[in-house]
Design a protein around this ligand. Structure first.
Ligand code: SF4
Length: 184
């Protein structure tokens, strides 16, 4: 059974239960009131799989986008498309870690895997801002330097949930679901 989430829960969940890739998209959306296409698709499909309804998704995106630009027909179309209500009417599945890690990221894009795509010093700083201990940061950065991005993500989950994971992280929605199991 999928978790039902509503727009008012998203900022809190982003801080406690979203993987870094999705937290980054949420932070970018909040601060810039914009996401480029790749980010809208990646985050939109994640939120859908996390249990955000189509109606709530339209509300959520509209509320963020109106700050800087009109939430025009195109954006609403894209969101309905994610939910299989437009175009080929496919029920699109959210992106796996592998797909996100392999994505090529351009300037201004926020939809990569932070363990792969974020500059090491910036990533260190971000983890430190999120109150990760220096020892855990060193461990995570060591994994990153060996290109073990998903294991680094798993370590991040473990230190932020004070628990251990039996299986590795291979999907952002799996990260979220494991978090919800521990938090509820
Ligand atoms: Fe997101 Fe996967 Fe990267 Fe973790 S390893 S930040 S879940 S893409």
């Amino acid at each position: 059974e999928k978790h039902r989430i509503t727009p008012d829960m998203i900022d809190q969940l982003a801080a406690t239960s979203f993987p870094l890739c999705m937290r980054q998209l949420n932070d970018t959306l909040r601060t810039t009131h914009h996401l480029r296409h790749g980010g809208r698709v990646t985050y939109g499909l994640f939120l859908k799989a996390a249990g955000l309804s189509l109606e709530d998704a339209l509300y959520f995106w509209r509320s963020h986008f109106t700050k800087n630009m009109d939430f025009d027909k195109q954006y609403a179309y894209n969101i309905r498309f994610n939910y299989g209500k437009e175009g080929k009417r496919t029920d699109y599945t959210p992106y796996s870690c592998m797909k996100i890690i392999m994505t090529s990221i351009g300037p201004g894009d926020a939809h990569g895997c932070p363990f792969k795509h974020t500059d090491a010093q910036m990533l260190r700083q971000r983890l430190s801002n999120f109150k990760v201990s220096q020892q855990a940061i060193n461990e995570i950065m060591d994994l990153v330097s060996k290109c073990h991005y998903q294991i680094a993500c798993q370590r991040y989950w473990e230190v932020t949930h004070n628990a251990s994971l039996e299986t590795g992280i291979n999907h952002p929605n799996q990260y979220f679901e494991e978090s919800q199991k521990v938090i509820h």
